[in-house]
Design a protein around this ligand. Structure first.
Ligand SMILES: [Fe+2]
Length: 259
């Protein structure tokens, strides 16, 4: 196992134990801009375990044209990875609880809704993201169509969309429509800059945030997660607020029946 650290690493503290599960990361190797190898995934997973996570849901990107992933292929790759890890023995990371997706609202999204083509977090939640650069138009209709099909929607990292940074009314509107919010843990440590950091704390204090996720992509994020476990302000957030991560359960049957 390679070492991501140049010198002796600072140990992670298990401050995220109350969350139990991480529900947003990109550790299925070579399917998106996340982990590039099984080895890198296991290294990141060990850091997550040391940070307190008992279980994890993988959520690869589904984005046309950049990551045109297909659900059946993703399910197969996830099974292969689990077999691979078990075959090597000695795995001491979090349980690989499920495979879902982070679905970008892109030109193919309407077809997805019609075909109900989604892998859900915990067999229940649709994790959705927008472009970070350009505001999506017609979102009300998209949300309405999803809700008509009874999806529970989680919006990934609302603190990171720059075009909403001064549009709290839009975020309020999403909350009014029953959309759950998931904040990136690394937003709280300033990994994405001061704007997202401030917004993330503000949204949590507003009571707008139901889920936290690592959005872990690679070992750079793993190092940042270790640092985050030494941040007293983040620790206080975890102590003070209750998040829905802990309610997530094994989704395999619900997902596999569909594909
Ligand atoms: Fe992500």
């Amino acid at each position: 196992m390679f070492n991501i650290f140049k010198s002796k690493p600072k140990a992670a503290r298990p401050i995220f134990a109350p969350l139990i599960s991480d529900m947003h990361c990109h550790l299925l190797p070579r399917v998106d801009d996340g982990s590039k190898s099984e080895e890198e995934s296991v290294t990141c997973l060990r850091v997550m375990k040391a940070a307190g996570f008992e279980s994890v849901f993988f959520t690869p990107h589904y984005t046309i044209p950049r990551f045109p992933n297909e659900e059946q292929d993703i399910l197969n790759r996830f099974s292969d990875l689990k077999l691979d890890i078990a075959a090597h023995g000695g795995y001491d990371g979090p349980q690989l609880l499920g495979i879902a997706g982070e679905y970008r609202v892109d030109p193919g999204f309407n077809d997805r809704i019609q075909q109900q083509k989604f892998l859900l977090v915990g067999g229940k939640y649709l994790l959705m993201e927008f472009s970070l650069h350009q505001q999506v138009m017609g979102l009300d209709q998209v949300l309405f169509d999803l809700q008509m099909k009874n999806y529970d929607i989680i919006l990934a990292h609302p603190e990171r969309y720059p075009y909403y940074s001064s549009s709290s009314h839009v975020l309020q509107h999403f909350k009014d429509m029953g959309v759950f919010f998931q904040i990136n843990i690394l937003s709280l440590s300033g990994f994405y800059g001061e704007g997202p950091r401030r917004k993330a704390f503000e949204m949590i204090e507003n009571g707008w945030v139901e889920f936290l996720g690592t959005d872990m992509h690679n070992t750079l994020y793993a190092q940042a997660l270790i640092d985050a476990t030494h941040d007293r302000k983040i620790e206080k957030v975890i102590e003070k607020h209750t998040f829905m991560n802990r309610l997530l359960t094994h989704p395999e049957e619900a997902n596999e029946k569909k594909f």
